[in-house]
Each structure stands twice: as C-alpha cells, then as structure tokens.
Write a protein that binds this ligand. Structure first.
Ligand code: FES
Ligand SMILES: [Fe+2]
Length: 340
C-alpha cells in the first residue's frame, strides 16, 4: 500500500473539537470522509450522530438542539440521541414515523476535548484514549491552535517526527542540533530520542522571556523525545516543555489537527503552596500565551506540507527518505491501515 493513500485506522479515539467549542449549537465535523455532528443535550452531555438527516440527507449540524434532540433546519424533523426520528411537524394521522435510525458514534468529553470513535463501536470501551493529563494539571500552562492542512495525514506526522527541519523554523523552534540516539516502537507507536541543545528552561520568571526574545537565549544540552502514539503525536524537551498534536484527518488530502503546547511550572515550588483558586487563576490567565508562537510555526509547516501533497498529486511517488524515524512512521501507518 502506498503510504499517501493509506486510510486511517478508525478504531481509535479522535479529538474532533475543543470542549469549549461545543455550546448550544450542534457542531459538524468530518472525520475520514464521515460527516459527524456532535451536540450537547439539556444536561450538557455530549452525543455524536451521523451528520445526515434521514429525510433528504442535508447536514443535521445546520439545525438546532431542541431539548435533547436535533431539529433539522430543512423541514424540522427531530432526531433523538439514538438517531431515531421522533417528530415530523407535518406528519398526517395515517402516516408512521420512519423507523430506521441514523448511525450513532461513541463519544467522550475528557481532558478539554470531544473525542469520537469512528470505527467499530464495540471496540470503543476497550481502546485507550490518548492521554492529556496536562490539560487540567495546575502545573501546566496550555496553549492550543487548530489548523487544517491540505495534505494526507502521513505528511503531517512525518513533519512532526522529523527533527531535522529546524532549518525552516529558525528562531521559533525551542531546540537545535538534534542527534538521534535511539529509535524504537511496536505496532502502535514509534518513539525516537535525540540529544539536543535547548534554551527552554522555566525555572525563573525571566527564563520564560527566552521564548519570546531570541537574544536572551542560553543553550544547554537536553533530551528531546518524540512519539507517534498512533494516531496522535507527543514530544517532550527536558522536563519543562511538552507538545502534542491531535489528528482528525478529514480525507486523503486534508488533515485537521490540534497542536497543544504545555509549559511546566513544576520548578516554581513556592507556587505549589498557594491556594487552588489562585493557581487555577494563573493557569487560566496564561492560557494560550504561546499561541502566537504555535500559529507561526504551523504557518511555516503548512506551506511545506501543501507543496509535498501537490508534488505527490502531480507525480505519485514517495520520495527517497533516509531518516530512519520516518521510515518507521510510514511502516506504522501501513500496519494500522491494515488493522482498521
Ligand atoms: S431534510 Fe431534514 S427534515 Fe427534511
Ligand atoms: Fe515544523
């Protein structure tokens, strides 16, 4: 199988939206060619259905949530949480409601995200979700950016696992001079460890400013670890810096993703003695403080990734790759595609 044509393995949990993005209105997302609508019922509990009205197949996400049901925008048919039609405003007394339900999806609201399981629903409860413990941890400041890139998801994960493209990011990247130390993995993940140089150490207030002012940066050796925990990605640089990418591939040549950046406050031990409400206030106040940085990094990568997809579409060949990590990533994508 050509890796650029590989489908996702749907038997995983995919983060499709930030929990804060889902309020009173239904939200439509597309996950590997499956239109899905997520919505909250009257108690705030999240549900996920096929985003296709059983009447004339328009998107239910264009409608409204009425009590615990979705009301289609077109003719006002109501669909309940189980996907069944419960009401047609103009149904005549001698007509029956349609009995066939539309598809429902297992869905979770955890760690700040809405997660959908697009594969075999029987496997959902047996499948671990990608953990994001930093989201609620008071010792981590989170920043998040969402983006869509015009390429197959393999190009994006290869970009994230490729520590040798710092050339592109120049001053925006937190590490330099990576040297591959180890690479390992199994049929679910690939992990690579590098020795690198980093300026990223958050132990004094002034040290945070290195993030924003290149002239203040002081390099020190640090271990850089990157993992493709299929279908998502995680990296850590020393103890103070973590970054993750949640994949929500749309189709063969479009990938939606959330990039999350976590700065640790572990080293500020005095902070840990302060009351919970105060620490939460700090966490919330600095939420998204690195968003500008993330957005700019993403902009640079997105251009390269679109070029790669366009070149592939013109001439569908996988270019010569010498990076051993990326060769392992391609194998993992193919293995997972076969398992899906
Ligand atoms: S298309 Fe949805 S109610 Fe008619
Ligand atoms: Fe990059």
């Amino acid at each position: 199988m050509q890796v650029r044509e590989a489908p996702i393995n749907p038997n995983h949990w995919y983060g499709v939206a930030l929990a804060s993005q889902l309020r009173d209105l239904p939200l439509g997302v597309e996950l590997w060619q499956q239109p899905i609508v997520v919505f909250r019922d009257g108690d705030g509990k999240v549900h996920a259905l096929e985003d296709r009205c059983p009447h004339r197949f328009v998107k239910l996400s264009r409608g409204k949530v009425i009590k615990d049901q979705l009301e289609c925008a077109y003719h006002g048919w109501c669909i309940d949480r189980g996907g069944k039609c419960t009401h047609i405003p103009y149904l005549e007394s001698d007509q029956a409601l349609p009995t066939k339900a539309i598809r429902t999806y297992p869905v979770l609201e955890e760690d700040g995200f809405i997660w959908v399981f697009p594969g075999d629903a029987n496997l959902a409860s047996k499948t671990d979700r990608f953990p994001l413990p930093e989201w609620h941890d008071l010792n981590y400041i989170c920043s998040v950016t969402e983006f869509t890139v015009g390429c197959h998801f393999s190009f994006l994960i290869e970009n994230l696992m490729d520590m040798y493209h710092g050339h592109l990011h120049d001053n925006l990247q937190a590490w330099a001079e990576p040297k591959l130390r180890t690479i390992g993995g199994d049929e679910n993940q690939v992990t690579a460890t590098y020795n690198a140089q980093s300026y990223y150490r958050v132990d004094r207030i002034w040290s945070v400013s290195q993030l924003f002012f290149p002239a203040l940066r002081q390099l020190h050796p640090e271990v850089l670890q990157v993992s493709y925990n299929y279908p998502h990605w995680r990296a850590s640089l020393g103890d103070d810096f973590r970054i993750c990418c949640l994949f929500a591939p749309i189709d063969r040549s479009h990938t939606r993703a959330f990039l999350l950046h976590f700065t640790s406050l572990e080293r500020f031990t005095n902070l840990h003695k302060l009351p919970h409400w105060f620490r939460l206030g700090i966490k919330n106040m600095f939420h998204n403080s690195a968003k500008y940085l993330l957005d700019n990094l993403v902009k640079q990568d997105v251009l390269m990734l679109k070029d790669e997809q366009d070149a592939y579409d013109r001439c569908p060949k996988t270019p010569l790759e010498i990076n051993r990590t990326l060769i392992a990533v391609q194998k993992l994508i193919e293995t997972q595609a076969k398992r899906g």
